[in-house]
Design a protein around this ligand. Structure first.
Ligand code: UD2
Length: 314
């Protein structure tokens, strides 16, 4: 029986986490519906037991959770603009799916669920850095949906005693992030376009900033969250980020050096549902998990550009 379940195992973050678990010799099951995950992301994960399934379906959740000790819940439709275009779809795949998964996890005797939360929960409040005591202020349907999942986690700990840990990710980037969709993360899109010599588009004036977090830091935080003592972390929510922020204009300049792109960005009107600035206080994850960022932004970008330059994704 696998010890770990990774939902969204064919997606960017799920795939990376599953690879780390498999790499250290753990037994892992992955599930993905391929709505946004890619079959090609499963290559290299042959040691993982894979289920094609959809968390909107309770029977698939039950199959996925059977015999598992710890669940990493990474499956989601991860995009603010996608949720603006289709809020019900985001709700089904984030909120309903998460509730189904929790019900199945409890029924199967899963010990702990580690949940991929989102920095979007903080919304557009001017206070920086964002710390966990701040009242949530979700703006987009996506932010609402990811925040609802957080509340379900805490409720399942309080009411049923299921161990849950919420990690609020801040703009994760790195190898295996899909650059090809209009709903992709900005750095994946910029890497792909600039390596191809195509002009990237900045929505707004480019002064908006993000605590861009390299994927290895997120994997590291998840492994710590799975292993930490329940009395320290169960029912807790914490930021998972770097504690540094870069504007899109700064990011473009760094990428110009890394990719050799010669042009300027195009500027277009700001995106609906966007927030201006995002920066994490990472003190709580440091205190509760012993978390420290392993790879800084520039090094993460360098590795990411190299990955796309090699012709990935295949
Ligand atoms: C939100 C969350 C993030 C994660 C993500 C879903 C915040 C602060 N962050 O990311 O934690 O949950 O949703 O994967 O809420 N942009 C351009 N040009 C492009 C594409 C994007 O300028 O071609 C801009 C976009 O308008 C935004 C910034 O880049 O200002 C980042 O956009 P994103 O879609 O990469 O991520 P974001 O911040 O919505």
């Amino acid at each position: 029986m696998p010890q770990y379940l990774v939902t969204g195992a064919a997606g960017f973050i799920g795939r990376s986490l599953a690879a780390a678990l498999v790499g250290r010799g753990d037994s892992v099951r992955g599930i993905d519906s391929f709505i946004s995950g890619k079959r090609s992301n499963l290559s290299g994960l042959e040691a993982m037991e894979f289920l094609e399934g959809d968390l909107r379906n309770p029977a698939d959740c039950a199959r996925a959770c059977a015999g598992v000790e710890v669940v990493f819940h990474e499956a989601a439709l991860a995009s603010v603009p996608r949720s603006v275009a289709a809020p019900a779809e985001t709700n089904d795949n984030c909120v309903n799916a998460t509730l189904n998964l929790l019900i199945a996890a409890r029924a199967a005797g899963v010990r702990r669920v580690v949940y991929a939360g989102s920095s979007s929960a903080y919304g557009d409040t001017p206070t920086l850095p964002k710390h966990e005591e701040m009242a949530p202020n979700p703006i987009s349907p996506y932010a609402v949906a990811k925040l609802a999942g957080e509340h379900y986690m805490r409720a399942f700990t309080r009411v049923y005693g299921l161990e849950t840990v919420v990690l609020r990710y801040f703009n994760v980037f790195g190898p295996y992030q899909d650059p090809a969709s209009q709903y992709s993360g900005v750095l994946a899109i910029f890497c792909r376009r600039m390596l191809a010599g195509e002009q990237p588009t900045i929505y707004g004036d480019g002064g908006q900033s993000r605590d861009f977090t390299f994927i290895e830091n997120v994997v590291h935080g998840n492994l710590l969250a799975a292993a930490a003592p329940a009395e320290k972390v169960s029912g807790q929510m914490m930021n998972l980020a770097t504690g540094r922020r870069f504007t899109l204009n700064e990011t473009f300049a760094i990428l110009r050096d890394l990719t050799g792109f010669k042009g300027e960005p195009a500027y277009a009107p700001p995106r609906r549902g966007d927030i201006r600035d995002s920066l994490a206080d990472i003190g709580r994850a440091e205190q509760l998990l012993g978390y420290r960022p392993q790879v800084d932004f520039r090094e993460g970008l360098r590795r990411t550009v190299e990955w796309y330059r090699k012709g990935n994704p295949a």
